[in-house]
Design a protein around this ligand. Structure first.
Ligand code: NAD
Length: 260
């Protein structure tokens, strides 16, 4: 389906981003991987993806807190592949603390990585998408882009911002063959979630098991984590011609969380 197209996925060395990259590669897209991690492990994953799916896969370590690195990554991908057809803004971090205890440096990092990086990649990728008359921008927001939870002030702020930027982007490019949507997942079991369980246990004063069942999955009526394969399938649908009129939307995939 995406033969000859190029997809850049920020934060794709782990979790949702890696799963989305694999799904897009499996349908023929060349891939730009990005994210932090052990250089040797990333190289193994990169070359495995290339040989498994017969596509070109490159890795760029741009730090999503650094606008100049983000610009260079997108322009490098355009230089190498001609354009970025599919941009998936996925990089994200979390910090769980009450507002009056929230470290200022963590606030700044979350706003930069989870929100401002989406502006910087989109800004850099749009000119080539406009010239091509085709593009798909898919922003991985969160249920927390639609509703709030306590102790996640920076994350909730950033994700609500991503939903707003998604709508503005969609309006600006609506007549140029480019769609822009936000995906709003509920809880998906990835390192990002696993890492916050001890802090949430502390903040809520309960055990780690209780955090999973009584805090994390409590707002999710299915009481199940959302699967990585489900996110890959939704991204692929948004890339399809069937989704050409679907733009400016914030799509929940949350087991019914935001139906409450
Ligand atoms: P993850 O921790 O497994 O992956 C995060 C990715 O972002 C990694 O590749 C990491 O290296 C990258 N990253 C972090 N800081 C970076 C930086 N400064 N520069 C470049 N890359 C950086 O987490 P995940 O759960 O796969 O999360 C992916 C996205 O999905 C995030 O935006 C997250 O907010 C969102 N999300 C996750 C869940 C969930 O339950 N896991 C739910 C809703 C939304």
């Amino acid at each position: 389906m995406l033969q000859g197209k190029t997809a850049l996925i920020t934060g794709s060395t782990s979790g949702i981003g890696f799963a989305v990259a694999q799904r897009l590669a499996s349908t023929g897209a060349n891939i730009v991987l990005n994210g932090l991690g052990d250089a040797g492990e990333i190289e193994i994953a990169r070359s495995k993806m290339e040989s498994q799916y017969g596509v070109r896969v490159i890795y760029n370590p741009a730090d999503m807190t650094k606008p100049a690195e983000i610009k260079a990554m997108v322009e490098g991908a355009v230089g190498q592949f001609g354009k970025v057809d599919v941009l998936v803004n996925n990089a994200g971090i979390q910090h769980v603390a009450a507002i009056d205890d929230f470290p200022v440096a963590r606030w700044d990092a979350i706003i930069a990585i989870n929100m401002s990086s989406v502006f910087h990649t989109t800004r850099a990728a749009l000119p080539a998408m406009k010239s091509a008359g085709w593009g798909r921008i898919i922003n991985i927001a969160s249920s927390h882009g639609l509703v709030a939870s306590p102790y996640k002030s920076a994350y909730v702020t950033a994700k609500h911002g991503v939903v707003g930027l998604t709508k503005t982007t969609a309006l600006e490019v609506a007549q140029q063959g480019i769609t822009c949507n936000a995906i709003c997942p509920g809880y998906v079991l990835t390192p990002l979630v696993e890492k916050q369980i001890p802090d949430m246990a502390k903040a809520h004063g309960v055990s780690e098991d209780e955090v999973v069942h009584d805090v994390l999955l409590a707002p999710q009526p299915t009481r199940k984590f959302v699967g990585l394969d489900e996110l890959g399938a939704l991204v692929l649908y948004l890339c399809s011609e069937g989704a050409v009129s679907l733009t400016g939307a914030a799509l929940p995939i949350d087991g019914g969380w935001t139906a409450h």
